[in-house]
Each structure stands twice: as C-alpha cells, then as structure tokens.
Design a protein around this ligand. Structure first.
Ligand code: T4K
Length: 394
C-alpha cells in the first residue's frame, strides 16, 4: 500500500494503484470456519439438508428472540421474502415505495403485478418522506413499502399513522437494518411485517437468505405454507406457493455469524469512527451520521458529495476505483430510471427531485474486517487529494 501525497500520486498515467488487493463495498467478513464445519458435519450426519430442518428452526428462533418478535420465517433470499410478504398481505393495485433503494424492493411489487408508485425521499435521512407518501395516495393504493436505508430507520411512527388513517398495509424493507433499533426497540417488530436480507454482502449473512419477521401469527403461517409450495401435509396442498426455503447449510452459516455479531459491530463501528474523524475537515463531503442513542450495525459508510466539492461525485468514484478502492454509487440512478419502470412510468422522475439529487451525490466506501486504520486513512487521503481546490484558485 502506498501513501497518497498529491493528485499526481493518484493512479492515473499508469501509476500503480494505492492497494494491490481491491477493497470492496460488501466484502463478506471472515467466517469462523471450525464452527461452520462443525455444523456442516452434523448436517451431513443427519442427512437433513433442507425443508424446514432443525438448523433453520433454531436460526428462526434465535432471530425472533433477538428482535423480540413472535415469528421469524426464514426464506431463500430477501427478494423472495419481500414477494411473499406482499402476496400474503394481499397487496394489489398500487403500492407506494421509494425509488431510492435497491431494485429488488420495486421488482418484488412488479413481479406480483402491483403498480409501484414512487414517493420522494427526505434529503437528510434519505428515507421515504411521509409528506411525499401522502401526496401519492390514490383510491387504488393498498400499501406502503418503506426502506430503512443504510440501516437508518424510516419515519416509522408517521408512516404507521398514514397507513392507519388510510387503511393501508405497511411493510418495512429492513434488508440493511438487521441489529438496528428505533427508539430503543429492535427493528423487526414494526408495521405489518419487516423483511430482512441475509445476502453475503450484508452485515449478517447466510450466503443467500432472508426472512419475514412479524408478530402476526396468521401472516407467519401463510408465509410458511407459501415458501413450501403450499404444502400443509404430506399429500395436501392448502394454497398456491413457491419454493423459497432456506437450506440447512445456509442456516448454519447464520448461526455461526450470529455468534460473531458483536465483534462485527465493534469492527464496523471502529471503522465508522475513524472515517468520521479523518473526513471531518474535508470541505464538500459529509459522512452520513448514525444516531448514537440507537443500536446500529454501521455496515454502510455513506458519503454525501456536495456540488461544492472540487470534482464531481463520478470523478471521485473513478479515482477511488483506479486506486483499487471499489467505492459504489448505490442506488444510482434511482429505480424509476431503470427498466421496466422508466418505460412504464416515464413521468415518475418529475415528483422525485430529492431522489435525483441524492442519487447523484452518494458514494459508499469499504468497511468491515478487510479494513484497518491505515487503509481507511489511505482511502481518505485519496478523497482529500481530490478535495484540494484547483491550483489557480489558491
Ligand atoms: N432490499 C434492499 C434494500 C436491498 O439492499 C436488497 C439487497 C434486497 C432488498 C434484496 O435482498 P436479497 O434478495 O439480495 O437477499 C448487493 C447484493 O447482491 C444485494 O443483496 C444487496 N441488496 C445490494 C445492496 O448489494 P451488488 O450489486 O452490490 O453485488 P456485487 O456482486 O457487486 O458485490 C458487491 C461487492 O462485494 C463487489 O465488489 C464484490 C464483493 N463480493 C461480493 C460477493 C457476493 C465479494 O467479495 N464476495 C462475495 O461473495 O448487490
């Protein structure tokens, strides 16, 4: 690794990059292999590999306990969990959703023949703006899917108030928010249900995986049927369904990772604090803060690059990537600008000024156990170098 001292040091003109090995956003953390192989051996001994096996049940119980909810229904991935939740709650017609999210949030609606109606975000929290939600409610609206983006809770109380007032179902896409809290209560117990992703790039993962968490016993039972083709007994099918089951190996990965969760939070938190301190004097960039009164997983290091920063957000991302710092501009350019939504709803962007502005400003930086203080300071030195005013302006 080399120190960046000036703009000339940046990996342009064929100079070697700052890092030989790429730094990823979403790099899976190191796994306790001995613990995992121990589970794996027991799974092979038992020869129960999938279909509601004991390891999946144990994972569901531990997650429900941790989040203080009655039910955790494990699924093959977060997208199928979202689709299942939407379907089991009987959503149809139009459902209100932010455009500034991972595309799966919106696809899950479209895949169920529901019209996603985009509502703008609040520029500070970057989560769906309750006032914007109110503006797009129509007689066809049946629900709201809000996202706890970057693990920072959406305006839960206000959204629940709107949902109650208009008789709408409220689902939270909590893919980023495992281990986070809202007003002291764990994310997982809000709305009609919350949906988690346990993808490998997530803070907590099961290789691929997800879950619906809820206090609603009827909803949980419906989802358990749905994820297993609708089977209610050996020969009886009680409903339409799909295959969204989590495997025993995936659940074993989950149990091992649950045991290491506190260490991971500590690592992510340390990284966040080093980034915060190192970035604080660079004009034109702002690290999105985490509310210190709440619990967080600190999984996303999100930089807001203002128009006043000497180079554009995209130039900054290119410069970082040239140094093997694989920063990402999630979730650019907003779901409404992606297919099929840009063709289906070409006017959608008119009501989304904050979405557009934020999508053009965000850069997500690497964190997790691949990072240490020296690496973080090198990443920040690249940003600082680009943040120097042009020579003729000083
Ligand atoms: N709702 C929200 C708000 C979500 O963010 C997501 C998923 C969902 C719903 C749906 O949940 P799932 O159905 O996925 O469970 C990733 C993930 O694929 C996706 O799960 C996640 N959100 C999204 C935010 O990020 P990419 O496009 O960033 O993945 P990729 O392949 O570019 O990987 C990121 C970086 O990590 C790369 O530099 C490579 C590195 N990497 C990745 C993997 C998978 C590794 O080093 N090792 C690995 O195993 O989508």
């Amino acid at each position: 690794m080399k120190r960046i001292r000036s703009a000339r040091d940046l990996a342009v003109n064929g100079a070697p990059p700052a890092f030989r090995q790429p730094l990823h956003v979403g790099r899976p953390h190191a796994v306790d292999r001995a613990a995992f192989f121990d589970y794996a051996n027991r799974i092979f001994d038992r020869r129960r590999l999938t279909n509601d096996g004991p390891v999946v049940r144990e994972l569901e119980r531990r997650i429900a306990d941790m989040l203080q909810v009655r039910h955790c229904v494990a699924m093959a991935n977060g997208t199928l969990a979202l689709e299942g939740a939407v379907r089991a709650l009987g959503l149809k017609g139009e459902v209100i959703v932010p455009s500034y999210t991972f595309i799966a949030t919106v696809h899950a609606l479209h895949w169920q023949a529901i019209t996603p109606v985009f509502a703008d975000i609040d520029p500070h929290s970057q989560t769906i703006d309750p006032a914007a939600v109110r503006r797009v409610i129509s007689p066809r609206t049946t629900g709201i899917v809000a996202v706890h983006l970057w693990g920072r809770p959406a305006c839960i109380d206000q959204l629940q108030g709107i949902a109650d007032e208009h008789g709408l179902k409220l689902i939270f896409d909590s893919a980023h928010a495992f281990g986070c809290s809202y007003r002291g209560r764990m994310i997982g117990g809000f709305g009609a249900c919350e949906v988690l992703s346990f993808h490998a790039t997530k803070f907590f993962h099961t290789f691929e995986g997800g879950a619906v968490v809820t206090d609603d016993t009827h909803l949980a039972n419906t989802l358990r049927l749905m994820r297993n083709f609708g089977f209610s007994g050996i020969d009886s099918v009680a409903s339409s369904g799909t295959n969204a089951k989590m495997t025993e190996m995936a659940a074993a990965m989950g149990l091992v990772n649950l045991d290491g969760l506190d260490n991971l939070v500590a690592t992510n938190r340390r990284n966040y604090e080093i980034y915060r301190e190192a970035l604080k004097d660079i004009a034109g960039v702002r690290l999105l803060p985490y509310d210190e009164r709440e619990r967080h997983n600190y999984q996303y290091i999100v930089l807001d690059v203002a128009k006043t920063f000497p180079v554009s957000r995209d130039r900054l991302v290119r410069a970082l990537r040239a140094e093997n710092i694989l920063a990402r501009r999630y979730f650019w350019p907003g779901c409404h600008n992606m297919q099929p939504y840009c063709d289906l709803y070409p006017q959608a962007g008119l009501g989304l000024p904050n979405t557009r502005a934020i999508a053009d400003r965000v850069v997500v930086l690497p964190t997790g156990d691949q990072m240490n203080e020296e690496k973080i300071r090198t990443v920040v030195s690249v940003i600082a170098t680009l943040g120097q005013p042009p020579a003729d302006s000083v």
